[in-house]
Write a protein that binds this ligand. Structure first.
Ligand SMILES: NC(=O)c1ccc[n+]([C@@H]2O[C@H](COP(=O)([O-])OP(=O)(O)OC[C@H]3O[C@@H](n4cnc5c(N)ncnc54)[C@H](OP(=O)(O)O)[C@@H]3O)[C@@H](O)[C@H]2O)c1
Length: 247
């Protein structure tokens, strides 16, 4: 029997990158997976086909997680498709780079609206609809949450907030059997980081003890552990998953 048989997971921002890797892995471990996306319908549908071709269960659902009403619709669609939800992976996130002078009110709002507000409101709905036995929320943070990056002040601040929320929500929800676990990737090769190129990645790789860039599957393996019974005694903690890199 697969480890996650009978479980239903929503993975936000799963059309690409780390989220797609997590969706693939949770489906391979037996979960039914809702592949959330905002714009990339083709990529999301392709991923769903890949999961189904491998014998898994998945459905693509469009929702902009920075918009509260669309979060409600995402959970409604998930329940319609698979009956219930007991795993939420808050993965959708954006990162914008530039010095202090380049920060605008809009860039602050965009990053906090998705990385923090969307994560809180999705977790609020999850806590409302999870079965009485409980569930698991995984927050995809970043190494930048504890070691902020110059030139990514706002983004780093959003991930610091995510780490704080992982702790505070775990304290509140533990009594209901709901675990909240943070997974903080180092540098990972995704569509989002592709613009850095090999040259941009090189300084990160040089400071990574395991000597390479992370892949979505590396992060997905940690998420699969966190949501499984093997991770059942972990809550309120953020696990650094970056090959030893401190950003
Ligand atoms: N890559 C790294 O090195 C790295 C390191 C540390 C932490 N992280 C974190 O890992 C997560 C994923 O990063 P990534 O590099 O995989 O990103 P990515 O390649 O840019 O992919 C982002 C995903 O999020 C979705 N998305 C964007 N805005 C959304 C919204 N408003 N609502 C719902 N989905 C939305 C995108 O879907 P559409 O294309 O459909 O818009 C896409 O599927 C983020 O939280 C990021 O902060 C990444």
């Amino acid at each position: 029997m697969h480890k996650l048989e009978g479980r239903v997971a929503i993975v936000t921002g799963a059309s690409k990158g780390i989220g797609a890797g997590i969706a693939l892995r949770l489906a391979a471990d037996g979960a039914k997976v809702v592949v959330n996306y905002a714009r990339s319908v083709e990529a999301a549908e392709r991923l769903v086909m890949t999961i189904r071709d491998a014998g898994g269960h998945a459905k693509a659902v469009q929702a902009d997680v920075s918009k509260p009403r669309e979060i409600d619709m995402l959970f409604d669609e998930a329940a319609l498709a698979f009956g219930h939800v007991d795993i939420l992976v808050n993965n959708a996130g954006i990162y914008e780079f530039g010095d202090l002078a380049s920060i605008t009110p809009d860039s602050i709002d965009r990053q906090f609206a998705l990385n923090v507000k969307g994560l809180i409101l999705a977790t609020q709905v999850a806590a409302r609809v999870f079965p009485p036995a409980g569930g698991v929320v995984v927050n995809i943070s970043s190494g930048a949450g504890v070691t902020p990056i110059a030139g990514a002040q706002v983004y780093s601040a959003t991930k610091g907030a995510v780490d704080s929320l992982t702790r505070s929500l775990a304290l509140e929800l533990g009594a209901r059997g709901i675990r909240v676990v943070g997974i903080a990737p180092g540098i990972v090769a995704t569509e989002g980081t592709s613009g850095l190129g090999e040259e941009g990645m090189a300084p990160f790789v040089a400071r990574t003890p395991l000597g390479r860039v992370g892949q979505p599957a590396d992060i997905a393996a940690a998420v699969a552990f966190a949501v499984s019974g093997d991770g059942g005694w972990i809550t309120g903690e953020t696990l650094q998953v970056g090959g030893g890199l401190r950003l």
